[in-house]
Ligand binder design. Structure first.
Ligand code: UN1
Length: 496
Protein backbone atom coordinates (compact mmCIF):
# COMPACT_ATOMS: atom_id res chain seq x y z
CA UNK A 1 0.00 0.00 0.00
CA UNK A 2 1.49 3.34 -1.04
CA UNK A 3 2.04 5.98 1.59
CA UNK A 4 -0.41 8.82 1.96
CA UNK A 5 0.96 12.33 2.32
CA UNK A 6 -0.67 15.55 3.43
CA UNK A 7 -0.72 19.26 2.76
CA UNK A 8 1.32 21.38 5.13
CA UNK A 9 -0.92 24.13 6.50
CA UNK A 10 0.06 26.20 9.51
CA UNK A 11 2.62 23.59 10.58
CA UNK A 12 0.11 20.70 10.48
CA UNK A 13 -0.01 17.85 7.98
CA UNK A 14 -3.54 17.36 6.66
CA UNK A 15 -4.26 14.43 4.38
CA UNK A 16 -7.83 15.39 3.44
CA UNK A 17 -8.36 17.29 0.20
CA UNK A 18 -11.57 18.85 -1.12
CA UNK A 19 -11.45 16.76 -4.29
CA UNK A 20 -10.14 13.52 -2.76
CA UNK A 21 -6.66 12.25 -3.57
CA UNK A 22 -4.36 11.60 -6.51
CA UNK A 23 -1.52 9.15 -6.90
CA UNK A 24 1.86 9.45 -8.53
CA UNK A 25 3.68 6.56 -10.21
CA UNK A 26 7.33 5.93 -10.93
CA UNK A 27 7.90 6.78 -14.62
CA UNK A 28 10.52 4.01 -14.86
CA UNK A 29 8.07 1.45 -13.45
CA UNK A 30 4.41 2.37 -13.58
CA UNK A 31 3.47 -0.51 -11.28
CA UNK A 32 5.05 1.40 -8.42
CA UNK A 33 2.86 4.03 -6.76
CA UNK A 34 5.28 6.52 -5.21
CA UNK A 35 2.69 8.28 -3.07
CA UNK A 36 -0.90 9.44 -2.61
CA UNK A 37 -1.59 13.14 -2.13
CA UNK A 38 -4.54 15.43 -1.38
CA UNK A 39 -6.36 16.68 -4.46
CA UNK A 40 -6.90 20.06 -2.93
CA UNK A 41 -9.08 23.00 -3.85
CA UNK A 42 -9.94 26.54 -2.88
CA UNK A 43 -10.65 25.57 0.73
CA UNK A 44 -7.09 24.32 1.31
CA UNK A 45 -5.64 27.32 -0.53
CA UNK A 46 -7.62 29.69 1.67
CA UNK A 47 -6.51 27.89 4.82
CA UNK A 48 -2.86 27.91 3.72
CA UNK A 49 -2.92 31.60 2.80
CA UNK A 50 -4.59 32.44 6.15
CA UNK A 51 -1.87 30.49 7.99
CA UNK A 52 0.85 32.24 5.96
CA UNK A 53 -0.70 35.65 6.61
CA UNK A 54 -0.80 35.00 10.35
CA UNK A 55 2.78 33.74 10.41
CA UNK A 56 3.94 36.77 8.40
CA UNK A 57 3.13 39.18 11.23
CA UNK A 58 5.86 37.59 13.37
CA UNK A 59 8.27 36.40 10.67
CA UNK A 60 8.67 39.84 9.11
CA UNK A 61 9.98 41.10 12.49
CA UNK A 62 12.55 38.32 12.95
CA UNK A 63 15.94 39.94 12.23
CA UNK A 64 17.23 38.79 8.85
CA UNK A 65 20.46 37.30 10.32
CA UNK A 66 18.25 35.10 12.55
CA UNK A 67 16.18 34.05 9.53
CA UNK A 68 19.50 33.24 7.89
CA UNK A 69 20.44 30.92 10.76
CA UNK A 70 17.30 28.87 10.08
CA UNK A 71 18.18 28.72 6.38
CA UNK A 72 21.68 27.60 7.28
CA UNK A 73 20.24 24.77 9.41
CA UNK A 74 17.92 23.84 6.53
CA UNK A 75 20.99 23.65 4.28
CA UNK A 76 22.73 21.37 6.82
CA UNK A 77 19.67 19.09 6.91
CA UNK A 78 19.56 18.97 3.11
CA UNK A 79 23.21 17.85 3.21
CA UNK A 80 22.32 15.15 5.72
CA UNK A 81 19.34 13.93 3.68
CA UNK A 82 20.84 14.43 0.23
CA UNK A 83 20.80 10.77 -0.78
CA UNK A 84 17.29 10.19 0.52
CA UNK A 85 15.94 13.23 -1.34
CA UNK A 86 17.77 12.27 -4.53
CA UNK A 87 16.13 8.84 -4.43
CA UNK A 88 12.67 10.33 -3.86
CA UNK A 89 13.20 12.60 -6.87
CA UNK A 90 14.38 9.78 -9.12
CA UNK A 91 11.36 7.68 -8.19
CA UNK A 92 9.04 10.63 -8.75
CA UNK A 93 10.28 11.93 -12.11
CA UNK A 94 12.87 9.52 -13.39
CA UNK A 95 16.14 11.39 -13.91
CA UNK A 96 19.27 9.48 -12.98
CA UNK A 97 20.65 9.57 -9.44
CA UNK A 98 23.78 11.53 -10.37
CA UNK A 99 21.47 14.28 -11.60
CA UNK A 100 19.02 14.20 -8.71
CA UNK A 101 22.00 14.47 -6.35
CA UNK A 102 23.01 17.55 -8.32
CA UNK A 103 19.47 18.87 -8.00
CA UNK A 104 19.61 18.54 -4.20
CA UNK A 105 23.08 20.13 -4.21
CA UNK A 106 21.60 23.14 -6.02
CA UNK A 107 19.13 23.44 -3.14
CA UNK A 108 21.96 23.25 -0.61
CA UNK A 109 23.92 25.92 -2.48
CA UNK A 110 20.87 28.18 -2.48
CA UNK A 111 20.25 27.61 1.25
CA UNK A 112 23.79 28.69 2.16
CA UNK A 113 23.88 31.57 -0.30
CA UNK A 114 20.57 32.97 0.97
CA UNK A 115 21.55 32.33 4.62
CA UNK A 116 24.46 34.71 3.95
CA UNK A 117 22.07 37.27 2.48
CA UNK A 118 20.56 37.48 5.96
CA UNK A 119 23.64 39.55 6.88
CA UNK A 120 23.57 41.62 3.69
CA UNK A 121 20.21 42.48 2.06
CA UNK A 122 22.05 45.61 0.97
CA UNK A 123 20.34 48.87 0.26
CA UNK A 124 21.92 52.20 -0.72
CA UNK A 125 23.02 55.03 1.52
CA UNK A 126 23.28 58.25 -0.47
CA UNK A 127 24.10 61.90 0.22
CA UNK A 128 21.14 64.25 0.45
CA UNK A 129 20.80 67.79 -0.85
CA UNK A 130 20.98 69.31 2.63
CA UNK A 131 23.61 69.17 5.34
CA UNK A 132 21.19 67.92 7.99
CA UNK A 133 19.36 65.25 6.04
CA UNK A 134 20.05 61.54 5.48
CA UNK A 135 18.84 59.24 2.72
CA UNK A 136 18.93 55.48 2.40
CA UNK A 137 16.91 52.57 1.01
CA UNK A 138 15.75 49.36 2.67
CA UNK A 139 14.12 46.19 1.37
CA UNK A 140 10.61 45.48 2.62
CA UNK A 141 9.00 42.04 2.44
CA UNK A 142 5.84 41.69 0.36
CA UNK A 143 3.75 39.47 2.63
CA UNK A 144 2.42 36.10 1.46
CA UNK A 145 3.91 34.88 -1.81
CA UNK A 146 2.62 32.05 -4.01
CA UNK A 147 5.07 29.66 -5.68
CA UNK A 148 4.14 27.32 -8.53
CA UNK A 149 6.94 24.90 -9.34
CA UNK A 150 7.70 22.29 -12.03
CA UNK A 151 8.65 18.61 -11.90
CA UNK A 152 11.97 18.72 -13.76
CA UNK A 153 13.94 20.16 -10.82
CA UNK A 154 11.75 18.96 -7.95
CA UNK A 155 13.89 20.42 -5.16
CA UNK A 156 16.24 22.96 -6.79
CA UNK A 157 13.52 25.18 -8.25
CA UNK A 158 11.36 25.25 -5.08
CA UNK A 159 14.49 26.27 -3.14
CA UNK A 160 15.36 28.96 -5.72
CA UNK A 161 12.07 30.59 -4.84
CA UNK A 162 11.52 29.65 -1.18
CA UNK A 163 14.87 30.65 0.35
CA UNK A 164 15.01 34.19 -1.11
CA UNK A 165 11.32 34.67 -0.28
CA UNK A 166 11.93 33.67 3.35
CA UNK A 167 15.16 35.62 3.85
CA UNK A 168 13.36 38.79 2.76
CA UNK A 169 10.71 38.16 5.43
CA UNK A 170 7.86 36.80 3.31
CA UNK A 171 5.85 33.69 4.04
CA UNK A 172 5.12 31.07 1.39
CA UNK A 173 2.34 28.94 -0.05
CA UNK A 174 3.71 26.52 -2.63
CA UNK A 175 1.89 24.36 -5.14
CA UNK A 176 4.34 21.69 -6.29
CA UNK A 177 3.99 19.93 -9.64
CA UNK A 178 1.65 16.95 -9.36
CA UNK A 179 4.41 14.63 -10.64
CA UNK A 180 6.77 15.60 -7.79
CA UNK A 181 4.88 16.61 -4.64
CA UNK A 182 6.80 14.30 -2.32
CA UNK A 183 10.12 16.11 -2.72
CA UNK A 184 8.49 19.39 -1.72
CA UNK A 185 6.65 17.74 1.19
CA UNK A 186 9.97 16.35 2.47
CA UNK A 187 11.45 19.83 2.02
CA UNK A 188 8.60 21.17 4.21
CA UNK A 189 9.47 18.67 6.93
CA UNK A 190 13.10 19.75 6.76
CA UNK A 191 12.20 23.44 7.06
CA UNK A 192 10.15 22.72 10.19
CA UNK A 193 12.97 20.65 11.64
CA UNK A 194 15.37 23.53 10.92
CA UNK A 195 13.21 25.71 13.17
CA UNK A 196 11.14 27.63 10.65
CA UNK A 197 8.04 28.81 12.54
CA UNK A 198 4.73 27.14 11.67
CA UNK A 199 2.84 28.80 8.84
CA UNK A 200 5.90 30.36 7.18
CA UNK A 201 5.99 27.59 4.56
CA UNK A 202 2.78 25.90 3.44
CA UNK A 203 2.33 23.19 0.82
CA UNK A 204 -0.91 22.60 -1.09
CA UNK A 205 -0.96 19.76 -3.62
CA UNK A 206 -3.37 19.47 -6.52
CA UNK A 207 -3.98 20.66 -10.05
CA UNK A 208 -3.24 23.99 -11.63
CA UNK A 209 -6.93 24.77 -12.07
CA UNK A 210 -7.99 23.70 -8.59
CA UNK A 211 -5.03 24.99 -6.58
CA UNK A 212 -2.89 27.23 -8.80
CA UNK A 213 -5.68 29.56 -9.97
CA UNK A 214 -7.22 30.21 -6.52
CA UNK A 215 -3.72 30.81 -5.17
CA UNK A 216 -3.03 33.45 -7.84
CA UNK A 217 -6.45 35.03 -7.38
CA UNK A 218 -6.32 35.15 -3.57
CA UNK A 219 -6.35 38.80 -2.51
CA UNK A 220 -3.82 38.19 0.28
CA UNK A 221 -1.21 36.72 -2.07
CA UNK A 222 1.06 39.57 -3.09
CA UNK A 223 3.30 37.96 -5.69
CA UNK A 224 3.56 34.81 -7.77
CA UNK A 225 6.70 33.06 -8.94
CA UNK A 226 6.12 30.45 -11.64
CA UNK A 227 8.37 28.08 -13.54
CA UNK A 228 6.76 25.90 -16.18
CA UNK A 229 5.34 25.79 -19.67
CA UNK A 230 4.94 28.84 -21.86
CA UNK A 231 1.20 28.21 -22.34
CA UNK A 232 0.47 28.14 -18.62
CA UNK A 233 2.88 31.01 -17.96
CA UNK A 234 1.09 33.25 -20.43
CA UNK A 235 -2.27 32.52 -18.78
CA UNK A 236 -0.80 33.31 -15.38
CA UNK A 237 0.68 36.47 -16.87
CA UNK A 238 -2.64 37.77 -18.07
CA UNK A 239 -4.33 36.90 -14.79
CA UNK A 240 -1.63 38.65 -12.75
CA UNK A 241 -1.78 41.61 -15.15
CA UNK A 242 -5.49 41.99 -14.48
CA UNK A 243 -4.97 41.67 -10.73
CA UNK A 244 -1.89 43.90 -10.77
CA UNK A 245 0.26 41.28 -9.03
CA UNK A 246 4.00 41.07 -9.08
CA UNK A 247 5.02 38.04 -11.12
CA UNK A 248 8.17 36.17 -12.07
CA UNK A 249 7.80 33.87 -15.07
CA UNK A 250 10.37 31.29 -16.16
CA UNK A 251 9.09 29.50 -19.21
CA UNK A 252 10.34 27.74 -22.31
CA UNK A 253 13.54 27.63 -24.27
CA UNK A 254 14.85 26.41 -27.60
CA UNK A 255 18.49 26.60 -26.68
CA UNK A 256 21.18 26.37 -29.30
CA UNK A 257 24.75 25.16 -29.13
CA UNK A 258 27.13 26.37 -31.84
CA UNK A 259 30.08 24.18 -32.80
CA UNK A 260 32.58 26.14 -34.86
CA UNK A 261 35.14 24.61 -37.21
CA UNK A 262 37.99 25.48 -34.83
CA UNK A 263 36.32 23.87 -31.78
CA UNK A 264 37.76 21.02 -29.74
CA UNK A 265 35.39 18.45 -31.21
CA UNK A 266 35.90 15.81 -28.52
CA UNK A 267 34.86 18.29 -25.89
CA UNK A 268 31.96 19.62 -27.98
CA UNK A 269 30.74 16.06 -28.51
CA UNK A 270 30.60 15.37 -24.78
CA UNK A 271 28.92 18.73 -24.23
CA UNK A 272 26.28 18.13 -26.90
CA UNK A 273 25.39 14.71 -25.50
CA UNK A 274 25.10 16.05 -21.96
CA UNK A 275 23.20 19.17 -23.01
CA UNK A 276 20.74 17.34 -25.26
CA UNK A 277 20.14 14.10 -23.38
CA UNK A 278 20.85 14.96 -19.74
CA UNK A 279 17.55 14.87 -17.77
CA UNK A 280 16.18 13.21 -20.96
CA UNK A 281 16.19 16.69 -22.49
CA UNK A 282 13.64 17.89 -19.94
CA UNK A 283 15.35 21.10 -18.86
CA UNK A 284 14.33 24.60 -19.88
CA UNK A 285 18.05 24.95 -20.59
CA UNK A 286 18.40 21.73 -22.62
CA UNK A 287 20.40 21.86 -25.84
CA UNK A 288 17.65 21.32 -28.36
CA UNK A 289 19.35 22.86 -31.40
CA UNK A 290 22.87 22.15 -32.56
CA UNK A 291 24.26 24.63 -35.06
CA UNK A 292 27.38 23.17 -36.55
CA UNK A 293 29.85 24.72 -38.97
CA UNK A 294 29.68 23.19 -42.45
CA UNK A 295 33.37 22.22 -42.44
CA UNK A 296 32.98 19.91 -39.45
CA UNK A 297 29.27 19.05 -39.77
CA UNK A 298 29.58 15.63 -41.36
CA UNK A 299 32.27 14.30 -39.06
CA UNK A 300 30.70 15.78 -35.93
CA UNK A 301 27.23 14.48 -36.77
CA UNK A 302 28.53 10.98 -37.47
CA UNK A 303 30.29 10.82 -34.12
CA UNK A 304 27.36 12.34 -32.25
CA UNK A 305 24.84 9.89 -33.69
CA UNK A 306 27.10 6.97 -32.80
CA UNK A 307 27.45 8.22 -29.22
CA UNK A 308 23.71 8.91 -28.85
CA UNK A 309 22.87 5.39 -30.01
CA UNK A 310 25.22 4.00 -27.38
CA UNK A 311 23.58 5.83 -24.45
CA UNK A 312 22.23 3.42 -21.83
CA UNK A 313 18.56 4.24 -21.25
CA UNK A 314 16.88 2.78 -18.18
CA UNK A 315 15.79 3.17 -14.59
CA UNK A 316 17.55 6.18 -13.05
CA UNK A 317 18.18 4.26 -9.81
CA UNK A 318 20.53 1.88 -11.67
CA UNK A 319 24.01 3.45 -11.51
CA UNK A 320 24.79 2.22 -15.04
CA UNK A 321 21.92 4.16 -16.58
CA UNK A 322 22.89 7.31 -18.51
CA UNK A 323 19.41 8.51 -19.44
CA UNK A 324 16.19 7.88 -17.53
CA UNK A 325 12.57 7.84 -18.70
CA UNK A 326 10.56 10.97 -19.39
CA UNK A 327 8.41 12.15 -16.52
CA UNK A 328 4.96 10.84 -17.40
CA UNK A 329 2.71 9.26 -19.97
CA UNK A 330 1.53 12.68 -21.15
CA UNK A 331 5.13 13.93 -21.45
CA UNK A 332 5.96 10.87 -23.54
CA UNK A 333 2.96 11.44 -25.79
CA UNK A 334 3.77 15.13 -26.31
CA UNK A 335 7.37 14.33 -27.29
CA UNK A 336 6.38 11.47 -29.63
CA UNK A 337 3.81 13.76 -31.31
CA UNK A 338 6.53 16.32 -32.02
CA UNK A 339 8.83 13.59 -33.33
CA UNK A 340 6.01 12.75 -35.77
CA UNK A 341 5.92 16.41 -36.83
CA UNK A 342 9.65 16.11 -37.57
CA UNK A 343 9.16 12.94 -39.60
CA UNK A 344 5.92 13.65 -41.44
CA UNK A 345 5.29 17.37 -41.61
CA UNK A 346 8.88 18.67 -41.66
CA UNK A 347 10.11 15.58 -43.53
CA UNK A 348 13.41 15.77 -41.68
CA UNK A 349 16.21 13.28 -41.83
CA UNK A 350 15.92 11.05 -38.76
CA UNK A 351 19.52 10.20 -37.84
CA UNK A 352 18.75 8.06 -34.81
CA UNK A 353 16.00 7.19 -32.32
CA UNK A 354 12.49 8.46 -32.94
CA UNK A 355 10.56 5.81 -31.03
CA UNK A 356 9.34 4.87 -27.57
CA UNK A 357 11.26 2.02 -25.93
CA UNK A 358 8.68 -0.53 -24.84
CA UNK A 359 10.34 -3.92 -24.49
CA UNK A 360 12.23 -5.80 -21.76
CA UNK A 361 13.49 -3.49 -19.00
CA UNK A 362 11.68 -0.60 -20.68
CA UNK A 363 8.26 -2.28 -20.77
CA UNK A 364 6.97 -0.66 -17.59
CA UNK A 365 8.12 2.92 -18.11
CA UNK A 366 7.90 6.03 -20.25
CA UNK A 367 11.11 5.72 -22.24
CA UNK A 368 12.10 7.40 -25.50
CA UNK A 369 15.19 6.71 -27.60
CA UNK A 370 17.74 9.52 -27.84
CA UNK A 371 16.65 11.13 -31.09
CA UNK A 372 18.54 13.30 -33.58
CA UNK A 373 17.14 15.03 -36.66
CA UNK A 374 19.45 16.39 -39.38
CA UNK A 375 18.95 19.05 -42.04
CA UNK A 376 16.83 21.29 -39.81
CA UNK A 377 16.34 24.86 -41.08
CA UNK A 378 14.19 27.81 -40.02
CA UNK A 379 11.56 26.53 -42.48
CA UNK A 380 10.84 23.59 -40.21
CA UNK A 381 8.52 23.57 -37.22
CA UNK A 382 11.02 21.67 -35.09
CA UNK A 383 13.54 24.49 -35.52
CA UNK A 384 11.19 26.67 -33.49
CA UNK A 385 9.17 24.46 -31.13
CA UNK A 386 10.28 23.49 -27.68
CA UNK A 387 10.17 19.68 -27.38
CA UNK A 388 11.21 19.15 -23.74
CA UNK A 389 12.46 15.66 -24.43
CA UNK A 390 15.52 13.77 -25.71
CA UNK A 391 15.41 15.23 -29.22
CA UNK A 392 18.19 17.22 -30.86
CA UNK A 393 17.82 19.16 -34.12
CA UNK A 394 20.96 19.76 -36.20
CA UNK A 395 21.32 22.83 -38.42
CA UNK A 396 24.36 23.45 -40.59
CA UNK A 397 25.80 26.98 -40.86
CA UNK A 398 28.38 28.27 -43.35
CA UNK A 399 29.92 30.96 -41.16
CA UNK A 400 30.13 32.31 -37.64
CA UNK A 401 27.76 35.16 -38.55
CA UNK A 402 25.21 32.74 -39.96
CA UNK A 403 25.48 30.58 -36.85
CA UNK A 404 24.76 33.53 -34.54
CA UNK A 405 21.85 34.58 -36.74
CA UNK A 406 20.38 31.06 -36.42
CA UNK A 407 20.84 31.11 -32.64
CA UNK A 408 18.85 34.33 -32.46
CA UNK A 409 16.10 32.98 -34.71
CA UNK A 410 13.98 31.87 -31.78
CA UNK A 411 10.96 33.09 -29.90
CA UNK A 412 12.84 32.20 -26.74
CA UNK A 413 16.10 33.39 -25.21
CA UNK A 414 17.12 31.33 -22.19
CA UNK A 415 20.47 29.60 -22.67
CA UNK A 416 23.06 29.37 -25.46
CA UNK A 417 26.51 27.99 -26.04
CA UNK A 418 29.44 28.37 -28.42
CA UNK A 419 32.36 26.00 -28.85
CA UNK A 420 35.34 27.78 -30.36
CA UNK A 421 39.03 28.31 -29.66
CA UNK A 422 38.90 31.83 -31.07
CA UNK A 423 38.68 34.34 -28.23
CA UNK A 424 37.44 37.11 -30.54
CA UNK A 425 34.53 35.02 -31.72
CA UNK A 426 33.76 33.98 -28.17
CA UNK A 427 33.38 37.59 -27.07
CA UNK A 428 31.40 38.54 -30.18
CA UNK A 429 29.02 35.70 -29.36
CA UNK A 430 28.70 36.89 -25.76
CA UNK A 431 27.80 40.34 -27.09
CA UNK A 432 25.46 39.34 -29.91
CA UNK A 433 23.48 36.33 -28.69
CA UNK A 434 20.03 37.25 -27.40
CA UNK A 435 19.78 35.01 -24.34
CA UNK A 436 19.89 35.27 -20.57
CA UNK A 437 22.80 32.80 -20.40
CA UNK A 438 25.74 32.18 -22.75
CA UNK A 439 28.31 29.44 -22.20
CA UNK A 440 31.66 29.32 -23.94
CA UNK A 441 33.04 25.81 -24.41
CA UNK A 442 30.35 24.29 -22.21
CA UNK A 443 26.83 23.07 -23.03
CA UNK A 444 23.65 25.07 -22.45
CA UNK A 445 22.91 23.40 -19.11
CA UNK A 446 24.61 23.72 -15.75
CA UNK A 447 23.85 27.18 -14.37
CA UNK A 448 25.29 27.94 -10.91
CA UNK A 449 23.17 29.70 -8.32
CA UNK A 450 25.45 32.68 -7.74
CA UNK A 451 24.63 34.21 -11.13
CA UNK A 452 21.20 35.34 -12.34
CA UNK A 453 19.08 32.67 -14.03
CA UNK A 454 16.44 33.48 -16.62
CA UNK A 455 15.86 34.46 -20.19
CA UNK A 456 14.90 37.17 -22.64
CA UNK A 457 12.13 37.30 -25.27
CA UNK A 458 9.44 34.60 -24.83
CA UNK A 459 11.29 32.86 -22.00
CA UNK A 460 10.41 35.21 -19.19
CA UNK A 461 9.01 38.55 -18.12
CA UNK A 462 12.21 40.35 -17.20
CA UNK A 463 12.79 38.90 -13.74
CA UNK A 464 15.66 36.66 -12.77
CA UNK A 465 16.09 33.90 -10.21
CA UNK A 466 19.21 33.04 -8.20
CA UNK A 467 22.09 35.31 -7.15
CA UNK A 468 21.35 38.48 -5.19
CA UNK A 469 19.15 39.85 -8.01
CA UNK A 470 16.33 37.43 -7.09
CA UNK A 471 15.86 39.53 -3.94
CA UNK A 472 14.27 42.19 -6.16
CA UNK A 473 11.46 39.75 -6.89
CA UNK A 474 10.75 39.04 -3.24
CA UNK A 475 11.04 42.53 -1.78
CA UNK A 476 9.94 46.08 -2.44
CA UNK A 477 12.19 49.07 -1.96
CA UNK A 478 11.49 51.72 0.59
CA UNK A 479 13.38 55.01 0.30
CA UNK A 480 13.87 56.73 3.63
CA UNK A 481 14.61 60.42 4.20
CA UNK A 482 15.49 61.63 7.69
CA UNK A 483 15.56 65.38 8.08
CA UNK A 484 17.38 66.34 11.27
CA UNK A 485 17.59 70.10 10.63
CA UNK A 486 14.61 71.03 12.78
CA UNK A 487 13.00 73.02 9.96
CA UNK A 488 11.29 72.51 6.60
CA UNK A 489 13.85 71.95 3.86
CA UNK A 490 12.33 71.83 0.41
CA UNK A 491 14.10 69.47 -2.01
CA UNK A 492 14.92 70.94 -5.42
CA UNK A 493 13.87 74.41 -4.17
CA UNK A 494 15.75 75.60 -1.07
CA UNK A 495 19.48 76.23 -1.29
CA UNK A 496 20.08 76.20 2.54
C1 UN1 B 1 15.61 24.22 -15.69
O1 UN1 B 1 16.01 23.81 -16.77
O2 UN1 B 1 14.40 24.31 -15.48
O3 UN1 B 1 21.26 25.17 -15.57
C2 UN1 B 1 16.54 24.60 -14.61
C3 UN1 B 1 20.73 24.09 -15.37
C4 UN1 B 1 20.21 23.78 -13.99
C5 UN1 B 1 18.88 24.41 -13.78
C6 UN1 B 1 17.93 24.15 -14.90
N1 UN1 B 1 21.15 24.24 -13.00
O4 UN1 B 1 20.60 23.27 -16.26
Amino acid sequence: MAKRFGNLIGGKWITEGTHGTFENRNPANVDEVVGIYPKSGKREVNAAVAAAKKAYEKWRLVPAPKRGEILKRAGDLLVRHKEELAKIETREMGKILAETRGDVQEGIDTAYYMAGEGRRLFGDTVPCEFTNKAGFSIRMPLGVVGLITPWNFPLAIPTWKTFPALICGNTVVIKPASDTPQTVIRFGEILLEAGLPEGCFNVVTGSGREVGTPLIEHPDVRAISFTGSTDVGKEIGSLCGKLNKKLCLEMGGKNAMVVMDDADLDMALEGALWGAFGTSGQRCTATSRLIVHRRVAKEFTRRLVKAAKALRVGNGLDPKTQMGPVASRSAQKGILDLIQVGKKEDKLELLCGGKALTKGKHAKGWFIEPTIFGGVTPKHRLFWEEIFGPVLCITVAGSFEEAIERVNQSHYGLSSSVYTRDVNRAFQAIRDIEAGITYINAPTIGAEIQLPFGGVKGTGNGHRESSHVVLDMFSEWKSVYVDYSGKLQRAQIDTE
